[in-house]
Design a protein around this ligand. Structure first.
Ligand code: ASP
Length: 339
């Protein structure tokens, strides 16, 4: 036995891992090509498949849920935010990694970035291919996520998403492809950094307020306000906006055409909803660029909020949290500019 093999490991950062399921914990179980069941393998199994992680960090593993992220909901977000806060509180814990499905990772990451009070690294990681697929991407993504969580440069960045050798800020990242391992893009703002075989390189801090500078909290909450997303299209009418109002929505995000536009019939329904105190946020279905106030739609006249560069699903996350504080469109507009 060599000296190197028998000498004790140097002191490694302590990283807490919260596991929630997703394809990173998925397995092909036979049947149609490419078919698999997500959220089947335990976090112990996933970490055990990458022995190199033990040389880098001292891990504490906690299975919070075992779901495909299409089944994420408000209750799980609130629970995850509380567990994240508790896991990061002890002074000996250097950072947090959360394994998560890729489908709604961008929403969970943004929620945690706004609701968890910490300066410590908080890194979400997933995979596009199940654990037993040819060229599974999960093991390297997990290794890189732990490396990022150990890196001092991840401090005070809010939540981060690591996949395909890239590091993304929670607010900027979006899933853009159904199957490719390079699915995540930070469309308007660019990457937070790169991570290659555990080597971390930083490009810039998050540009907006989060974590300790956020006014939102998951503590003492068991629910969040109901917010619906209505997808705009040619020939749209008022049906789905009226349905959202009838369902009890406190807020509606319009995934608008172009820079957050919507058909006149739908705009009339949205203006009527706004007059009843339901917060209407205009985002864009295009996937990139800004929705500015009062360009083709007179937001001041109708009492609407413009989502800026937040995509509809991220705008929904912020609007849910905003509605825990206020229903004033003017104050919510300021939140959209700040967070
Ligand atoms: N449906 C899966 C999930 O989001 C997809 C994935 O993880 O890539 O959990």
């Amino acid at each position: 036995m060599s000296n190197a093999a028998s000498s004790p490991l140097p002191l490694r950062p302590r990283i807490h891992v919260l596991a929630t399921g997703g394809t990173i914990a998925g397995a092909h179980t036979g049947g149609a090509p490419g078919s698999y069941r997500s959220a089947t393998l335990s976090i112990e199994t996933l970490v055990g498949a990458v022995p190199q992680i033990a040389e880098m960090a001292d891990l504490a593993l906690e299975q919070v849920a075992q779901v495909g992220s299409q089944d994420m909901d408000d209750a799980l977000w609130l629970e995850l935010a509380r567990r994240a806060g508790a896991a990061l509180a002890p002074p000996g814990v250097a950072g947090l990694v959360i394994t998560h499905g890729t489908d709604t990772m961008e929403e969970t990451a943004y929620f945690l970035s706004l609701a968890v009070k910490t300066t410590k690294p908080m890194v979400l990681v997933g995979a596009m291919r199940p654990a037993n697929a040819i060229s599974a991407d999960g093991p390297m993504n997990l290794y890189n996520a732990i490396a990022v969580a150990c890196d001092p440069g991840a401090t005070s960045q809010g939540a981060l998403v690591v996949a395909n050798d890239e590091i993304h800020h929670a607010r900027a990242v979006s899933k853009t492809n159904t199957t490719q391992v390079g699915t995540f893009h930070s469309i308007n703002q660019g990457l937070a950094g790169l991570v290659n075989q555990g080597r971390v390189h930083w490009f810039g801090p998050a540009g907006t307020q989060h974590t300790l500078a956020s006014e939102f909290s998951a503590d003492a909450r068991s629910t969040l306000p109901r917010v619906e997303i209505v997808f705009a299209h040619a020939g749209m009418d008022r049906t789905l906006i009226d349905a959202a109002v009838a369902a009890g929505a406190e807020g509606i995000v319009i995934a608008g055409v172009g820079s957050g536009n919507l058909h006149a019939l739908a705009r009339t329904a949205a203006a009527e909803a706004a007059a009843k105190g339901i917060c209407i946020v205009r985002a864009s279905r295009t996937g990139g660029g800004m929705v500015e106030r009062s360009v083709e739609v007179d937001d001041d006249r109708f009492g609407f909020v413009a989502a800026g560069d937040l995509n509809p699903q991220k705008a929904r996350v912020l609007l849910k949290l905003a509605l825990t504080r206020t229903h004033s469109p003017a104050l919510i507009q300021e939140m959209f500019d700040r967070y």
